[in-house]
Design a protein around this ligand. Structure first.
Ligand code: SF4
Length: 191
């Protein structure tokens, strides 16, 4: 076969694991306090070939300009080449790295909880709209649940291997839900 040929080129900004975000902490906290950043959206997780995953491109495009996406894993390939801009120099997509680096996102959330002196991680202005595909992502989800994170939305479909009983436990105790249309979900997340 012929050698692969380059199909695109350009640059993307990455490297926002917790150490780098902590270096920006004052700037981020000020932006939250001044209202320049209204909400963070964790749009981490997996990517796949299904057409329905274009949901995440459209969702990122339609997010208001005063929101910041926190990401790790392959889901970002759906939107990390869009021109989403920055908020006072803070990129609107803070990319911690691959899915294992979801650890960084959890550390960032815990740090924000500490800085804002909140008792519950769910009081933070963070919404979770996560794409999933494979087993490693399920471990990341379990880690979030162990931290007490609630109301996580998973898409584009819920894992088929979840039995009805397990789904009930996740829904009743953690408020886990799927996704709908981009417009419906945008309204729901921005409340
Ligand atoms: S679990 Fe696999 S598909 Fe999902 S984000 Fe990680 S490497 Fe990508």
């Amino acid at each position: 076969m012929a050698s692969p040929v380059e199909i695109e080129n350009g640059t993307i900004v990455g490297g926002f694991a917790h150490a780098q975000v902590f270096a920006l902490a004052d700037k981020i906290v000020d932006a939250v306090k001044s209202g320049a950043i209204k909400k963070f959206f964790v749009m981490a997780g997996c990517d796949g070939r299904m057409k329905s995953r274009s949901y995440y491109t459209e969702f990122a495009e339609k997010l208001p300009k005063d929101t910041v996406i926190l990401t790790a894993g392959c889901a970002k390939y759906r939107y990390n080449k869009l021109e989403l801009g920055d908020i006072g120099g803070i990129p609107r997509v803070l990319d911690a790295g691959q899915c294992n680096d979801s650890y960084s996102l959890a550390v960032i959330a815990l740090k924000l909880k500490e800085i804002f002196e909140m008792n519950d991680i769910n009081e933070l202005p963070i919404a979770y709209n996560i794409a999933w595909y494979e087993q490693k992502a399920v471990i990341v989800l379990l880690a979030l649940l162990s931290l007490g994170v609630k109301n996580i939305h998973l898409g584009p479909s819920l894992p088929a291997f979840l039995s009805p009983n397990v789904v009930n436990v996740l829904v009743e105790n953690f408020g886990i839900a799927g996704i709908g249309t981009v417009d419906e979900d945008m309204k729901m997340f921005l409340g």
